[in-house]
Every structure is written in C-alpha cells, then in structure tokens.
Design a protein around this ligand. Structure first.
Ligand code: NAD
Length: 261
C-alpha cells in the first residue's frame, strides 16, 4: 500500500475478527490506511500479530493491537471487546468476519453433528456474541456500524456440498436483518457482506483440485476468483459514513454470481 492515505475512518476504532488472513487481514490494513485504530482479532495469534506488524510498519505506532480470541467462546469475545475499549476508549466499527468452512464432506448424509455444531458455534454464535458486546459499547457513543460476513451460498444453493456452512451463513443474514431493525433508532447499523468465491486460504484449501476450482468458476460470470482486497473495499464502505443510510442489507460482492442462472 502506498500513500496518499484516506481519512474515511479517521478517529474511529474498529474491531476485526479473522484479522490474521484473507479478508480480515486486507480489511485491517485498509481500515488503518483510512485512519482507524484497529483491533486485530484471530484464534491464530501469530497471524493477528503479523497483521499488526504490517500496519505499524506502514502507518506507525499505536494504530493497531492484536488479540488472540476464539470467537466460539463467549468469554473470549467479551474480552476482545473489553480490550478494545480499554486500549482505544470506544468501538465504532465491528467486523464479525472470522469463519470456517469445514474441509470434510459436508452434505446432509455425511456431515456429522460435531462438524455442524463447530460450524454453528464459530460462524453464528461468534457473530451473535460480537454483536451483543459491541452494542453495549456503541450505545455509549451514539451508534456504530457492524458488518457480519455471510456468503453468496446463503443466497444461492452451493454446487459443492457444504451444508453446515451454508446453513450458518443463512443464519448470519437473518440475524443481521433483525439486529438492523431492532437497533436502527439507536444509530447502530448492521449489514451483511456476502462475498463470492475468493482466492483465500479458506476456499483454496476446500477446492483443492483444478477440477473443483473450475467447477466453481462456471458460476462466476467474471470467470475468476475474487481477491480479499475487493471485499475489504466493500467492508470499508459499510463501515464508513458513506453508507450512513444503509442498514439490514445483504451486500453482495461476487463477480456477478448471484445475477447468473
Ligand atoms: P481465511 O481462512 O483466509 O481467514 C479466516 C481467518 O479466521 C483465519 O485467520 C482464521 O485463523 C480465523 N478464524 C477461524 N476460526 C476462528 C475462531 N474460532 N476465532 C477467531 N478467528 C478464527 O478466510 P477468508 O476467506 O478470509 O474468510 C473470511 C470470512 O469470509 C469467513 O467468514 C468466510 O466464511 C467468509 N467467506 C469466504 C469466502 C471465500 O471464498 N473465501 C466466500 C464467502 C464468504
């Protein structure tokens, strides 16, 4: 990233989960480049710390802090929000982005209760807990913006079986809409980000053969996987006041996938 940097998040504090890789990593750096102080959260401590190192090298000290948290544990999520407030004084933006897609065969006949429960715990409960503790803080400062990462698979049936994942992302969309409606008058905005298929570790490890990759790309009119930075730019829009009249949306960034039949 090279100067000049922007100021669309100047004076704001953002908490980003899954900040050690993919979308979360790119978004952390982009938010910092736009003036935010960023709390980089990941279960992978080294990944989150590496993101902070990158931000510090680019933008200087006191712009980011790393936190190890497993979003499937309520106490970890509570601590991550408390740490953000004790370090930077407030929370203006929460990006509930951490998620997993279990690599095991995950169709209705083969998926296990363990895979189902783990996926729901991280992808759904983790988002709920993040919202729960962020709302308390955002009320104190008169509002905020919450972005929850869902997926295009919550809007269309996926061609490769990933049932627990798909169900979890559908829950994220539904939960986000309700939160948006309930908290609209408090000026706390909630939007879902629905990425298409991306060239990040999560999907590339799942589509581990050329045949599987090509099978997925058949559905993408642009004919390529998306990049994490393309999602980060959408998250920046949703986080900033540029989207001040948007709440409760399913914000789709998918290379045209959902428009195709
Ligand atoms: P990624 O694997 O590159 O990054 C995910 C990060 O989340 C990792 O750093 C990982 O350590 C962290 N994480 C996993 N479990 C965690 C937990 N329990 N607590 C805290 N952190 C945890 O993946 P990505 O592609 O950047 O995915 C980010 C989000 O985007 C996920 O919610 C994913 O479901 C969603 N998504 C991805 C795609 C895609 O094609 N890659 C498409 C649609 C939606």
């Amino acid at each position: 990233m090279s100067p000049p940097f922007g100021s669309r998040l100047a004076g704001k504090v953002a908490v980003i989960t899954g900040a050690g890789s993919g979308i979360g990593l790119e978004t952390s750096v982009l938010f910092a480049s736009e003036g935010a102080q960023v709390v980089c959260v990941d279960i992978n401590e080294k990944g989150a710390a590496a993101t902070v190192e990158k931000i510090t090298a680019l933008f200087g000290e006191d712009r980011a802090v790393s936190v190890r948290a497993d979003v499937s544990k309520e106490d970890d999520v509570k601590n991550m929000i408390q740490l953000a407030v004790s370090r930077f004084g407030k929370i203006n933006v929460l990006f509930n982005n951490a998620g997993i897609m279990h690599p095991a065969d995950d169709n209705a006949l083969t998926t296990s209760e363990d895979i189902w429960d783990l996926t729901m715990r991280i992808n759904v409960k983790g988002v709920w807990w993040g919202c729960k503790y962020a709302i308390e803080q955002m009320r104190k400062t008169g509002g905020g913006s919450v972005i929850n990462t869902a997926s295009f698979v919550a809007l269309r049936g996926a061609a490769t079986p990933q049932l627990a994942y798909t169900a979890s992302k559908g829950a994220v969309l539904a939960m986000t809409r309700e939160l948006a409606v309930v908290h609209a008058k408090e000026n706390i905005r909630f939007n879902s980000l629905c990425p298409g298929p991306l060239r990040t570790p999560l999907l590339m490890e799942f589509l581990n053969t050329e045949e599987k990759k090509n099978r997925r790309l058949v559905h993408v009119p642009m004919g390529r996987f998306g990049e994490a930075i393309e999602q980060a730019k959408a998250a920046l829009f949703l986080a900033s006041d540029d989207s001040s009249y948007m709440t409760g949306t399913d914000f789709v960034v998918d290379g045209g996938l959902c428009a195709a039949y």
